[in-house]
Ligand binder design. Structure first.
Ligand code: MRU
Length: 355
């Protein structure tokens, strides 16, 4: 199993995704600041993996807090939450995980817990719970989504929504592929390379090849041509935030793929755990879109591509409108349009389950 992120005695251990596929190097991050920086620099990336990492970073930070009272711990913890929340604005799993961790302190206070060490222990347990739940959620997405994939299908993916983008193991969009394969189907993947960070070429290709799942990499601008040739049976992508109406933010370029899929009558599926569904965000227009360092566009690693001083845009995500999405595959079942109703129903099942 790929260990994207792991809780160890020494700190939070992460596979440095910036170096893949050339180097498989693990970093041990020994403070919450180091974890926040790793999220920002994309050592770890992918909405669910960001959420899990943030939770572990907060547990680590809390464990190192030197205050002796609960008020001291809470003061430090609130500051750490702000640092964590400032790392990447689009992936809602980050804010969801921070909220879960905040809830631990609130609950302990409500229960009258007075021992600071007890609260620190509870924070660690919550981070591990979030980690384990993510692995389980991806298995469930694979089970539900695998049923939508025909035997012999070729699936187009964008970015990396695999084990590397989650706590490990299955992934979301690639979880659907793995779920179909585990159900006995033959499935091949065509992976968009995904400029500028090349998550498809570097990460999706790496993890699928490792699992002996057939994968072919294309440049992003080949997708239309290949769809027109009838080579794609369905598109499956992940999401960073899904609004209440089903509009889905995902890696830049996803919207283009969805428009092309509609033109060629190819089903376009979004696979994500319910922790990626943000019912408090009404539509995709309300989703904050991260803009990253221009150097990701102007350079490939240290090699400069564009002339000095030329302006570039580097939007990290775009929003696919719900009308282009055939279904949203979650860990609680498959949501179909109208999403305002189906997502609310699935989320209510989750809340009932949690309470
Ligand atoms: O910028 P990234 O690499 O964090 O973007 C990741 C994506 O867009 C993924 O498709 C999304 O987070 C879903 S991951 C299961």
């Amino acid at each position: 199993m790929i260990k994207t992120v792991e809780w160890t005695r020494e700190g939070v251990r992460m596979l440095d995704q910036r170096l893949l596929p050339n180097e498989e190097k693990y970093l041990t991050l020994r403070s919450y600041e180091e974890v926040a920086d790793a999220i920002k620099q994309m050592v770890v990336r992918g909405a669910p993996a960001i959420g899990v990492s943030a939770a572990m970073g907060l547990a680590l930070g809390a464990s190192q807090s030197v205050g002796t009272s609960i008020a001291d711990l809470e003061f430090d913890f609130n500051f750490m939450c702000k640092v964590m929340e400032a790392t990447r604005p689009t992936a809602v799993n980050l804010f969801w995980a921070v909220e879960r961790m905040r809830g631990v302190i609130a609950k302990a206070k409500q229960e009258g817990v007075r021992d600071v060490e007890d609260i620190k222990q509870r924070l660690t347990e919550e981070a591990l719970l979030i980690y384990n739940e993510d692995i389980e959620a991806n298995r469930a997405i694979g089970m539900f989504g695998g049923k939508l994939i025909p035997d012999g299908a070729t699936v187009l993916t964008h970015c990396n929504a695999g084990a590397l983008a989650t706590a490990g193991d299955y992934g979301t969009a690639l979880g659907v592929v793995r779920g179909a394969i585990d159900a006995g189907k033959r499935v091949a993947v065509i992976a968009d390379e995904t400029r500028p960070f090349l998550q498809g070429a570097r990460l999706t290709a790496w993890e699928l090849a490792k699992d002996n799942i057939p994968v072919t990499v294309i440049t992003d601008n080949m997708a239309g041509h290949i769809m027109k040739q009838g080579k794609i049976d369905c598109v499956v992508v992940g999401a960073d935030r899904i609004a209440a109406n089903g509009d889905a933010a995902n890696k830049i370029g996803t919207y283009m793929v969805a428009v092309l899929a509609q033109q060629h009558h190819i089903p376009f599926y979004v696979a994500a755990p319910l922790s990626t569904v943000d019912l408090s965000t009404a539509t995709g227009d309300d989703i904050p879109i991260e803009q990253r360092d221009a150097k990701e566009v102007t350079h490939v690693r240290e090699h400069q591509l564009t002339p000095d001083g030329v302006e570039v845009h580097n939007f990290a995500f775009d929003v696919t409108p719900n009308e282009l999405i055939a279904a949203i595959i979650t860990d609680r079942g498959v949501a179909r349009p109208p999403y305002t109703e189906s997502l609310r129903t699935l989320s209510a099942v989750l809340s009932a389950h949690a309470s």
